[in-house]
Design a protein around this ligand. Structure first.
Ligand code: ADP
Ligand code: TRP
Length: 321
């Protein structure tokens, strides 16, 4: 079984990225042949600062490795180190109906907000389809918001296979129910683009401030809170604390006599402890960038070897050769 996923280097990674995609991806590396990459081509649709992209790409590499991506088990690489994927994207684009892309949220949401949209953003799902199909991927672990893109990939692969004969494996998205949509500090979906994130890594003081700043309702500490399970801090706490601790805090809130300040303190401690090991690992990796660069170069060579074989198959099938 081949597993594949990517993440854009468009800003600091957060708990939504971690629980929605990175944790499931890291767990899956035990279950098959995993390919994980830094989607730097995709980041070009919304980030226009070259130095920032370089820095973000390195940060994603450090973050992912620190969180447990094991280069002995997974192929870890930069998307643009396999330029074959852009040729496949072109080939696939000729079989992609405009109407399929017009339906995609990634594009619709941005244009609805009046943000400047470019052709790359419109064609983004086609490049993503090429990413997935060029490695004969079976399973694609992602958060809920990427499900539509994997469905588009399936549609395009089926169209290609119908037009030119069986060429591509049809992939399946894999979405973990309980962490499909991690809420942000304002209760909306946590996202870099909404400024409501809690980062995986960063300095203690500002992160503590962020957690303590989470807005709660105006009920007094004494009041029982029968809706404790809906509380944002409880929801986040359940992700980062042992199950018994999460249940205990929820019960205390439900019973009354437990203030939001103490709840948020508990959340911060659990979150800070949860990532303590990864923080230490990240500092070690940051002091050994030669190692990180070697991992990415090795991953690129392995990914590219496979991509060439699948691209060749598609070129042959479509009469380019
Ligand atoms: P962002 O919305 O912050 O820009 P990305 O689009 O780069 O995040 O997402 C990278 C991966 O993390 C994707 O698989 C996406 O589904 C997942 N992800 C992002 N935010 C969340 C969230 N709040 N809950 C669950 N998964 C998420
Ligand atoms: N579009 C994904 C995101 O924003 C990143 C991505 C690019 C990806 N190519 C992919 C994810 C292929 C899974 C498979 O999060």
């Amino acid at each position: 079984m081949r597993i594949l996923s990517g993440i854009q280097p468009s800003g600091a990674l957060h708990l939504g990225n971690y629980f929605g995609m990175m944790r499931p991806a890291i767990d899956l590396q035990e279950k098959g042949e995993a390919f994980y990459f830094i989607a730097d081509y995709h980041s070009m649709t919304s980030l226009f600062d070259a130095e920032q992209r370089r820095r973000n790409s390195l940060d994603v590499a450090l973050d992912f490795l620190a969180c447990g991506l094991d280069p002995q088990k997974s192929v870890f690489f930069r998307q643009s180190d396999v330029p074959e994927v852009t040729e496949l994207a072109w080939i696939l684009s000729t079989l992609t109906p405009m109407s399929l892309l017009e339906k995609c949220h990634s594009f619709k949401d941005k244009s609805a907000k009046g943000l400047p949209v470019n052709h790359g953003l419109f064609a983004y799902p086609v490049l993503m389809a090429a990413d997935i199909l060029i490695y004969d991927s079976n399973i694609v672990p992602v958060g809920q918001d990427q499900k539509q893109h994997v469905e588009v990939t399936r549609d395009i692969a089926i169209k290609f296979n119908e037009a030119y004969g069986e060429t591509f494996v049809i992939p399946e998205p894999q979405i973990r129910g309980e962490t499909a949509k991690v809420p942000g500090l304002d209760g909306e979906k946590m996202s870099k683009s909404y400024g409501n994130t809690l980062e995986i890594f960063g300095d203690e003081k500002p992160l503590r401030k962020k957690v303590m700043g989470i807005k709660m309702d105006s009920r007094t500490p004494e009041e029982p809170k029968p809706d404790a399970d809906q509380n944002l801090a409880i929801q986040l706490l359940k992700l980062v604390a042992p199950a018994a601790t999460g249940a205990d805090f929820e019960q205390r809130l439900r019973a009354g006599g437990f203030g939001y300040g103490d709840l948020k303190k508990g959340l911060f401690e659990a979150y800070w402890t949860y990532f303590a090991g990864a923080r230490k690992k990240r500092a070690e990796l940051a002091a050994n960038l030669d190692y990180v660069n070697t991992v990415l170069a090795d991953g690129a060579a392995r990914a590219r070897a496979l991509a060439r074989v699948v691209l060749q198959r598609a070129r042959q099938a479509s009469g380019l050769e």
